[in-house]
Design a protein around this ligand. Structure first.
Ligand code: COA
Length: 321
């Protein structure tokens, strides 16, 4: 039995902030942001929360799969922006959906989070422990961003995407390749709350997202093609066999570089970065759900999903739709 995606959904906050709006906050321009990243606008949470976005995307994915929430037995939310430190976003989404039979928990693998969730769900489904999983990538990264730092604040957006996976004897996930390198954690990080206990009394402000952009760029263009090639080799396929490469939407230039390294036409690399910016763990499931909604995915087609992020973490997944 393989794990196969049988439904998808996405949800973005209503408020849209374009590059011109950001140029009223920091010294930047639409031209700089568009040229260096491909981003034209992003959605920012005003009323929405990570939980509400996650639940919104999840409801659509369940409706798309034609499944009642009670049938889900595994519910994973990939996020680094849970509204509550505890309980997990997954438990709050479970309550909102009425997914009463699901084991629910969050995972933190930053922008690779959705792929890590797919990895876990695939293993659980293949081994027969669970049969139907609801995976959600959901973020309100806008609350971790330093809105005075032009090097990071222009890059990120808020949103959520979800996918329902079920055991199937046709198609589904064929192979995966994931990795982590904790020795590079400082390249992209966000410190937690300072410890105010009476013996420590740590003197610092709560953390904001900080990043060495060029280091992350170099890491991404080197690692993503390698892990895609590894996953393809495990699946017994070559890049030419793949219909769509869905890459983490962090930077248009990174995606173009990966296409070039794999010797594949850019048309095989769908993008929504212009509209959504980098939504971290939500980026891949939003792109997948939008493609499905637009009728751009057909049964039997072969897909690669691949991403990278803080940790450092990375991954690639090969599947038949
Ligand atoms: N607007 C205008 N100028 C900006 C700017 C902005 N928003 N952000 C940075 N700059 C300036 C820098 O200060 C620098 O100025 P200087 O030459 O006077 O020092 C100049 O632009 C070039 O900066 P640099 O960092 O070399 O630009 P870059 O071409 O590497 O692009 C990123 C910066 C962040 C877009 C790019 O490195 C990147 O996308 N990295 C990967 C980040 C990523 O994907 N993170 C998420 C991982 S999940």
């Amino acid at each position: 039995m393989n794990a196969k995606i049988i439904g998808t959904g996405w949800q973005l906050p209503a408020y849209e902030a374009d590059n011109d709006y950001l140029s009223t906050l920091v010294e930047t321009s639409d031209e700089w942001i568009t040229e260096r990243t491909g981003i034209r606008k992003r959605h920012l949470a005003k009323e929405e929360t990570t939980t509400s976005l996650a639940a919104g995307a999840a409801k659509k994915a369940l409706a798309d799969a034609g499944l009642p929430a009670e049938e889900i037995d595994l519910l994973i939310v990939a996020t680094i922006t849970s509204d509550t430190v505890t309980p997990s976003t997954a438990c709050r989404v479970q309550a909102e959906l009425g997914a009463v039979h699901a084991v629910a928990f969050d995972i933190n693998a930053a922008c690779s989070g959705f792929l890590y969730a797919v990895h876990m769900a695939d293993a659980f489904i293949k081994s027969g422990v669970y049969r139907k999983a609801l995976l959600i990538g959901a973020e309100t990264l806008s609350k971790l961003v330093d809105w005075t730092d032009r090097g990071t604040c222009v890059l990120f957006g808020d949103g959520a995407g979800a996918a329902v996976l079920a055991a199937s004897d046709q198609g589904g996930i064929a192979a995966q390749s994931l990795g982590s390198n904790g020795s590079k954690w400082e390249v992209l990080s966000c410190m937690g709350r300072p410890n105010g206990n009476p013996v420590c009394r740590e003197q610092r402000e709560p953390g904001y997202l900080q990043m060495n952009g060029q280091e992350v760029f170099k890491f991404a263009v080197k690692t993503v093609p390698l892990c895609i090639e590894d996953a393809l080799e495990k699946a017994g396929l070559s890049p030419d066999d793949i219909d769509h490469f869905l890459l983490h939407q962090a930077n248009k230039r990174i995606i173009q570089s990966v296409a070039k390294r794999l010797k594949q036409p850019e048309e095989k690399f769908p993008m929504n970065i212009g509209q959504c910016a980098n939504t971290s763990a939500a980026s891949l499931p939003i792109l997948l759900a939008q493609m499905k909604e637009q009728g751009r995915l057909h049964p039997g087609e072969k897909l690669v999903l691949s991403g990278f992020g803080a940790g450092l973490t990375w991954g690639a997944c090969v599947m038949e739709w």
